[in-house]
Design a protein around this ligand. Structure first.
Ligand code: CMP
Length: 500
């Protein structure tokens, strides 16, 4: 066998035994771990070498048995070597993240195995394989006709693997089926749907149908929404753009597209297109976009019109009693905020013209670090999270705030940009108070300036500590800076709001 005969019968016997032993040990050693793909090949080689060794003159076996053992040995050893080579090639391709067609590998294996068997038949048993082929050709035609569909699937699978319109892990749509590709088999391609159903789609069906591959770098989703005729389209675009900017996962480059599509019976239809990376996120993002749109459209007084009947009904019955009750409720909420605690109803009413109650959905950004802002927010319900960019640019969690906390006071009071981003952790209802109301209030109640000034100074120090900025003992200095800023913004005399 393969040059071993040069060693003579004795030498060949021992070398084959040693090699068989080595292959068997190797096969056991690689059983677990990263080289386990070598095990079947090594086992075949070990058995092949053993069979060939026992066919030698050292053992007294009947001649026919020796012939058989030698033939089996040669076939198994050759198969083992082929298997080792093909499995190694597949593993290298896998590690380099390229795809090695399994169908191609299987076909190559079958062809090479058949050649080996035929060679052994010819050399050891004097059987002419061509006559065998001729006699099987007729059978092959008959079988081929019967297995036409199966063969179609196999060749379609081969085309899919070589043409690579998709790879395992890609999201695809074929016909009505959408899912993530698990693998391409001989007969079918395994696809797992969003509901975790495993589909075996025949390769022939995939090859015939239009195939959509969603894993092409980035992918877009589109949705339409009908909005009130009262809202100017440019304003609507601005609000939708701002809303989409705050939905995590939506790409800003390429930019979302908002198209004023059609003037309908009761609303203007807008088409919205946004881009994202992973098709697996498409449903989550659609939900996030639709939810955020509801909240932000409502906050910005852009109506999603109901049927006309509902519109008329709501216009006919302004509910003043309910409005008054709501006003009292809001005043009650405002009084719970510490720096407004000592004010009576009339004084708090000063703020009311600048008050709007706004709802934010979980995850929505309420104020963004670096933006200008002239409103303060009091929390009626829900939890918000304050985060600020740390030294390395990463977001640092500063605080979670709940009713009756307030935020947004720093930009409002100092006229400086927002010092942090505040995002709704849960659905939250907030009282937004504009700067105008405070101008009048602070004139009447200068002590409130000092109170809120202290809160700001404290929060600033805390924020600085958390984002790891250099903190010297600058608290008093900071407070004085704050007060002078606030006096400037609110046009107060310099005696107002002195700090202990
Ligand atoms: P402003 O800078 O207008 O916008 C971001 C807001 O986050 C800020 O006002 C404060 O209301 C709030 N904020 C900043 N630092 C803290 C902190 N340390 N604790 C609580 N809230 C804070």
């Amino acid at each position: 066998m393969i040059g071993l005969s040069l060693l003579g019968p004795e030498g060949r016997f021992f070398v084959e035994l040693i090699l068989a032993f080595a292959a068997a040990v190797g096969s056991i050693l690689v059983r677990r771990g990263s080289r386990s793909f070598l095990q079947p090949g090594l086992t075949m080689c070990a058995i092949g070498l053993l069979c060939d060794a026992v066919s030698g003159p050292q053992l007294s076996l009947p001649m026919e048995w020796k012939y058989l053992a030698s033939a089996i040995g040669l076939v198994l050893l050759s198969w083992g070597i082929i298997k080792l080579l093909l499995d190694s090639a597949a593993e290298v391709a896998h590690r380099r993240r390229t795809h090695f067609s399994t169908i191609f590998k299987d076909l190559l294996t079958i062809v090479l195995y058949t050649i080996i068997v035929m060679a052994v038949l010819r050399m050891d048993f004097r059987v002419d394989p061509t006559s065998l082929l001729a006699s099987t050709a007729v059978v092959a035609v008959v079988v081929g006709l019967a297995l036409q569909e199966l063969l179609g699937n196999i060749f379609s699978g081969l085309t899919l693997q070589l043409g690579k319109p998709f790879s395992p892990g890609d999201w695809v749509q074929s016909g009505n089926y959408v899912g993530r590709v698990q693998g391409i088999g001989w007969r079918s391609t395994a696809v797992v749907t969003r509901r975790n159903e495993k589909l075996e789609i025949p390769n022939l069906t995939i090859a015939k149908d239009v195939l959509i591959n969603y894993s092409n770098g980035i992918v877009a989703s589109e949705l339409s929404i009908g909005l009130s005729y009262e809202a100017p389209p440019n304003y609507v675009r601005e609000v939708i753009e701002r809303t989409l900017r705050d939905v995590p996962g939506i790409m800003q480059v390429p930019q979302p597209e908002i198209v004023t599509w059609e003037y309908g019976d009761s609303s203007i239809t807008y088409h919205i297109k946004y881009w994202f990376r992973d098709y697996a996120d498409s449903e989550r993002l659609r939900d996030a976009v639709n939810r955020s749109l509801w909240y932000s459209l409502k906050r910005n007084s852009i109506e999603i019109p109901f049927p006309i009947r509902t519109l008329k009904l709501s216009r006919q019955s302004p509910n003043t009693a309910a409005d008054e009750a709501f006003e009292r409720e809001v005043i009650g909420d405002m009084r719970q905020v510490d720096f407004l605690r000592n004010l009576d109803d009339e004084e708090l009413r000063i703020l009311l013209p600048g008050v709007t109650v706004k709802k934010f959905g979980a995850g929505e950004v309420i104020v963004r670090e670096g933006d200008n802002g002239d409103a303060l927010y009091m929390i009626r319900s829900g939890t918000v999270e304050v985060v600020a960019a740390g030294r390395d640019g990463k977001a640092v969690h500063i605080a979670d705030l709940k009713h009756p906390a307030f935020f947004g006071e720093m930009a409002l009071m100092t006229g400086e940009p927002r010092t942090a981003t505040v995002r709704a952790r849960t659905d939250a209802e907030l009282i937004e108070v504009s700067r105008d109301g405070f101008v009048e209030l602070f004139k009447k109640h200068p002590e409130a300036v000092a109170q809120i000034g202290e809160v700001i100074a404290l929060r600033m120090t805390e924020r600085r500590e958390l984002i790891n900025a250099a903190v010297g003992d600058v608290a008093r200095e900071q407070t004085n800076w704050l007060l002078s800023k606030m006096r400037m913004v609110f046009n107060l005399a310099s005696s107002y709001g002195s700090v202990r």
